[in-house]
Write a protein that binds this ligand. Sequence first.
Ligand code: NAD
Length: 250
Amino acid sequence: MTGRLTGRTALVTGAAAGIGRAVADRFVAEGARVAYADRDTAGAQAAATAATARAVPMDVTDESAVVAGFAALAADGWVPDVVVVNAGVQLFGQDAEIADLDLDVWRRTHEVNLTGAFLSMKHAVRGMLTIGGGSIVLTGSPTAVRGEGRDFIAYASSKAGMHGLGRTVAAAYADRSIRVNTVVPPYTETGLVSTIATDPAARAAIVGRIPMGRPGTVADLEGVYVFLASDESTFATGGTFAVDGGMTTL
Ligand SMILES: NC(=O)c1ccc[n+]([C@@H]2O[C@H](COP(=O)([O-])OP(=O)(O)OC[C@H]3O[C@@H](n4cnc5c(N)ncnc54)[C@H](O)[C@@H]3O)[C@@H](O)[C@H]2O)c1
């Protein structure tokens, strides 16, 4: 089925690569106009090739850049009624168990994953309030809901913060037609996790914690974002949607 997002204007952060790229491309295929926002401007430009796509340079940790990105879109009549808050980092080789974790690694992780989510949501909500509402979809993590991230303390805690942000904003804006939901992907082989994907023992260990017995793919995930962006999910807000091969059931 296509055309499920016809008439929508979407912005996806972290759309130059990985999950964000796949979701942005799928939204285009479903009929939306899509802003590919990323701090990797060249990557966003290379991705946003469709007639209904455009690249938006945006470092989500920089409020002036987030404001400028939304303002440039609004100036052209593109006020997003769908925003996917997806940009994220995981500092492999630096993130660690808490006794070994440097404050700087903690800060750099939280700056993108949690402060970046805050800023993206703040300005998404401001725009949605001018157009009568919208849908925000967050890319969460299994590390936010179970002990999966015990040696990734900065990452897991940033994602747990994001889940909490999503629930709280959902409750606060439910009466103003702004919905917020969180998708929980499993281990998914994007550039983010190449450190695990290229280490057979580490890869086998994490795949062994996915009951369906394989990593996720970006294609596994796109559909739930379409559902949460569309009117098929109008009564869903504050929810956590695991599409993780059963990873969070263990
Ligand atoms: N891959 C996984 O196993 C997995 C699992 C669960 C959750 N996630 C989450 O999915 C999201 C997407 O990750 P991915 O796996 O597609 O990673 P990825 O590295 O393939 O893509 C991340 C994108 O975010 C962009 N980005 C990073 N920092 C940014 C910033 N400050 N401002 C704007 N853009 C920025 C990067 O340039 C890149 O294009 C992240 O939030 C990640 O935490 C990933």
